[in-house]
Ligand binder design. Structure first.
Ligand SMILES: [Zn+2]
Length: 543
């Protein structure tokens, strides 16, 4: 299936476009039962990686990984909390039990055999946000040593009424990075807390309590982190329970919620302590990113990176149809197929001046871990990584008149996207549900945090305006897809029409080709959370 076309083609001619049939064929293979849902660290990983390396090799690419290899090792830590031996809160000296999974949901990513927190005071820290560029600091220097930070999900203006002073400072309904639970846990650890609990609210996080507890207490992180820099426990308080707990502590959560929308909010001690003694089983596994490259002809140390994730959810409980393999056909075997198509087309066409890197990440579904490992230990310096272009979930319902932009206002790569779309006679549509924070939930994001300008194509951000059936048909496709998201029914189907996905991948081909033959450095827009980080490495780009 990956054999190169034989018909009359010279190496310097621009090959024809992304081939929907090739995309489908690659997905059909990777999402077949043989690949067992591509879980990291399993025999399915070996099989998947062999396939991917074989494909890159057949396409004439160079190994792009560590030490001239095709891969980068990624050590993963898996933690599983067990049934609590003790889990309770104490209010004014009266202790009462806490129900794990009902009132609270506690996990950890610290490499230790148990969670052992004794009578740790709870401190409400509003939204738990430190945003110097917005002159915002919810912590106000509060001492959190030995304490548990309790905070709200999303960012300070998410629930603000129009006209409130804060409205719009954090993008209004649009979620900023500060709204993500990942950020909140990291920031609480930086502030010295031993634990952090987020008050769940379906609207604010974008999903209900059943999704919060669906992990069953299993968590993943990169292995080798310093336990001293990590929270002993992290988790969620169920909304109703949190309101009761605050009331029993003589506080009004609803009123504090409003106070937390102001920059002059100050942390409030709850006069409640929490004790948790829970067993944790810990294991490490070795996984791998796959990296290939085409070395540039003129400025080889400047790289354009294309990325997708090869992993999916492996084998799980049977669905209603008895299927156990969560094949991740769309998420993200289709993205992987897109990267392989880009590799094929660039390899067959004229070699660009800058180097092209094709990255297939592991453990995206475990928390963006493969791309995070790369961002912490880059094979190609991030300061001279021109852009990261990521594919994660494309629509399979045919050609579209538009393309969805995730993370509007972040970088001038969105101008590149609009230009490329215009040459296809298409327009750019901002994501329909920016409060979901999709911009912070794919593999481009760890690169963005390190300052690399990024662009993500993800069809989950709203229904496309399909040539056949318009926006309604696009929304129907998305609704149907969301029922299969992370489920066994995210499977390859002969009914897929991949012409729209091919169009989207062509956008990356056009943007990548232009960047790879220019001396331009795309930049973050003023006010982006990532602008300052990029700016700090300006000298490395010689401008
Ligand atoms: Zn994905």
């Amino acid at each position: 299936m990956l054999a190169l076309p034989t018909a009359c083609r010279t190496r310097s001619a621009e090959p024809a476009g992304v081939d929907p049939a090739r995309l489908g064929s690659i997905v059909q293979t990777l999402a077949s039962d043989e690949y067992e849902g591509r879980a990291p660290g399993t025999r399915a990983e070996t099989k998947t990686i062999d396939y991917l390396i074989g494909a890159f090799r057949a396409l004439g690419l160079e190994p792009g990984g560590e030490g001239g290899s095709w891969t980068q090792a990624v050590a993963l830590l898996r933690t599983q909390v067990g049934a609590p031996r003790t889990l309770d809160v104490s209010i004014g000296g009266h202790s009462r039990p806490l129900a794990q999974g009902e009132q609270v949901f506690i996990t950890t990513v610290r490499n230790a055999p148990q969670i052992d927190v004794r009578a740790a005071p709870l401190v409400f820290v509003g939204y738990g946000v430190t945003a110097p560029e917005r002159s915002w600091d919810d912590y106000k220097g509060v001492d959190l040593a030995g304490k548990i930070a309790v905070m709200l999900i999303n960012d300070p203006d998410f629930h603000a009424a129009p006209g409130e002073p804060v409205a719009g400072e954090f993008g209004g309904r649009r979620m900023t990075y500060y709204g993500r639970w990942t950020y909140k846990f990291e920031e609480a650890a930086r502030r010295g807390a031993i634990g952090a609990l987020i008050v769940h609210d379906t609207d604010g996080v974008g999903y209900g309590w059943p999704t919060i507890i669906a992990s069953g207490g299993e968590s993943f992180d990169l292995a080798g982190r310093d336990p001293a820099g990590q929270l002993a426990l992290r988790g969620w308080l169920a909304h109703e329970y949190a309101a009761t707990l605050f009331r029993d502590a003589g506080l009004d959560l609803a009123a504090l919620r409003v106070q937390a929308r102001r920059a002059d909010f100050r942390p409030v001690a709850l006069n409640v302590t929490l004790t948790a003694d829970m067993p944790v089983s810990v294991a490490t596994t070795e996984s791998h990113n796959v990296l290939a490259k085409l070395t540039g002809t003129a400025r080889a140390d400047e790289t354009i990176m294309f990325g997708a994730h090869w992993d999916a959810y492996g084998i799980g409980a049977p669905d209603a149809a008895g299927r156990t393999v969560r094949a991740g056909a769309n998420d993200d075997a289709l993205g992987v197929a897109g990267i392989l198509e880009l590799a094929r087309l660039f390899s067959a066409g004229p070699r660009p001046q800058r180097t092209l890197v094709f990255a297939l990440w592991t453990a995206e579904e475990r928390g963006l871990l493969g791309s995070t490992a790369y961002a912490e230990h880059p094979v190609y310096p991030l300061a001279t990584t021109v852009a990261n272009l990521t594919l994660d979930i494309l629509q399979t319902a045919g050609p579209a008149r538009d393309v969805m932009l995730v993370g509007e206002g972040q970088s001038d790569l969105e101008d590149d996207l609009a230009r490329a779309a215009a040459t296809q006679g298409r327009t750019v549509t901002p994501e329909a549900l920016p409060e979901r924070g999709l911009f912070y939930r794919a593999d481009h994001f760890p690169l963005a945090r390190q300052g690399v300008p990024v662009l993500l194509l993800m069809a989950m951000s709203g229904g496309a305006d399909l040539v056949d059936g318009g926006r309604d048909a696009g929304n129907r496709w998305l609704e149907a897809y969301m029922r299969c998201y992370h489920q066994p029914c995210d499977r390859w189907s002969a009914d897929w029409d991949l012409r729209g996905a091919a169009q989207d991948i062509e956008l990356f081909r056009a943007i990548g080709r232009e960047l790879a033959n220019s001396q331009r450095w795309p930049a973050w827009r003023a006010g982006s959370e990532f602008e300052a980080t990029r700016e700090a490495s300006r000298a490395a780009r010689g401008h």
